[in-house]
Write a protein of this length. Structure first.
Lengths: 183, 240
């Protein structure tokens, strides 16, 4: 079934169409939620709430293209993740002065596969990975992130630099472990 | 510059990751079941409406058929059986159906006479003597056997006393009803007095009343009563 037709049926609250839509995007958005949330259960809960919001606000959506619809749903999922994180964590208490300590990224990260990068991101602390996700993967600017997370721009930048540094350390650890294992 | 390139690379790869890496667990069906329960009730309402409509239709159809069966039963009770007339009537007499041939009704003229017994012909001895055939062979076809149960009508002449030879049917012996106590067989039972007879009768009546309506109700609810065949209800009386 075409996405346009699926959206039209979903607007009529057809459960069958909603199931089709869910089946089509469930895994993709679970991966997105899992990048923000710490556990699988939390990611599932966020995904469920996100889909509920998608179905509830479907009548308000005006179809332009398939890409626009996917971006709209992605935005809802990201907002739902941030909302959940705000409820559970108070993770943006980093001093702004530390923003100067931004380190450059290692080339070793480029050699990692997508799944390995995903796994490393999920191992990072909540604050770091949130900014990294929003900035590096979702493509938001620091000003937008600051507004979304209710923090200053400098805090956003410092969180990102720390995230990169942590990621670099994790990659190094990974390579060291593999070298030792090979020996 | 390097970071920007890396961001673009990640956005393309990690952002559009559609397969779950190893070590992560996700059960889409389970989550959908939970999600379906929280969905707006409009779709569920419509499904409920269909079920409700179907059940109402089934109940209405069942009630209609039951009432039809009941009405046919009532109509049969109203129809009075046709009075037997001592005339010739056209009735339908079913033939025995042949194998592979449709059962057909055929019109036949049958005597339905109320008089079952023909009066016997009385012949005096003189008449017999006058008409004695030379051989007994001639007599045989004319002889009539008397009916067993029929009344005998005699045409007698009171003035002339003649001895008559009459073929009569042996009357059925009248048997006297004798109680076991009179014969002296079995244990002697004391005769019951009136109040005890009444009590027994009332008990039996109560038992019958308890049983009878329950039986009827079960029949009415569970079975569709087929109307009885009125076309073949008239039976051919014994005309012999």
């Amino acid at each position: 079934m075409e996405l346009r037709q699926l959206i039209r049926e979903c607007k009529k609250n057809s459960v069958t169409a909603q199931k089709w839509l869910y089946d089509r995007f469930a895994v993709q958005f679970f991966v997105l939620c899992r990048r923000y949330q710490k556990t699988d259960a939390e990611a599932e809960e966020t995904l469920q709430n996100g889909f509920l919001k998608v179905f509830q606000h479907m009548p308000e959506f005006v179809y332009n293209s398939d890409g626009a619809f996917v971006s709209w749903m992605k935005k809802i999922m990201v907002n739902e993740c941030l909302q959940e994180l705000r409820k559970k964590n108070n993770f943006f208490l980093v001093p702004e002065t530390e923003a100067a300590e931004i380190g450059s990224c290692n080339d070793a990260i480029d050699r990692l596969s997508t799944q390995e990068i995903f796994r490393l991101i999920t191992q990072m602390p909540v604050g770091y990975r949130t900014v990294l996700n929003l900035f590096a993967i979702e493509g938001y600017s620091h000003i937008e992130i600051a507004a979304m997370l209710n923090i200053s721009v400098n805090t956003s930048k410092s969180q990102l630099s720390k995230a990169r540094k942590t990621l670099q350390e994790l990659v190094e650890k990974k390579y060291n472990y593999e070298e030792r294992k090979a020996k | 510059m390097k970071n920007e390139r890396q961001n673009d690379q990640w956005a393309g790869s990690v952002g559009s990751l559609e397969e779950l890496p190893d070590g992560f667990h996700f059960n889409p069906q389970k989550l959908w079941n939970e999600l379906e329960q929280q969905l707006p009730a409009t779709a569920k309402k419509s499904r409920f409406f269909y079920y409700a409509a179907a059940s109402v239709l089934i109940i209405a159809a069942a009630a209609f058929f039951i009432s039809q069966g009941y009405q046919s039963e009532q109509s049969v009770l109203v129809v009075a059986p046709p009075a037997a007339k001592p005339t010739q009537q056209l009735i339908l007499k079913d033939r025995q159906p042949l194998v592979g041939v449709k059962k057909a009704a055929e019109k036949q003229q049958v005597d339905i006479a109320p008089t079952k017994h023909k009066p016997l012909q009385v012949i005096s001895r003189e008449e017999i003597a006058a008409t004695v055939p030379a051989e007994t062979r001639e007599l045989l076809p004319d002889m009539q056997m008397p009916s067993q149960a029929g009344p005998l009508i005699l045409e007698s002449k009171p003035a002339v006393k003649k001895t008559m030879v009459v073929a009569t049917a042996k009357p059925a012996p009248k048997l006297k009803v004798i109680h076991l106590n009179e014969l002296g067989i079995g244990p002697k039972m004391e005769p019951l007095d009136k109040p005890s007879w009444k009590q027994i009768a009332l008990q039996q009546q109560a038992e019958q009343e308890e049983m009878a309506p329950a039986k009827e109700n079960i029949k009415q609810v569970l079975y569709f009563k087929t109307p009885p065949r009125t076309s073949t209800s008239t039976t051919i009386t014994d005309n012999h």
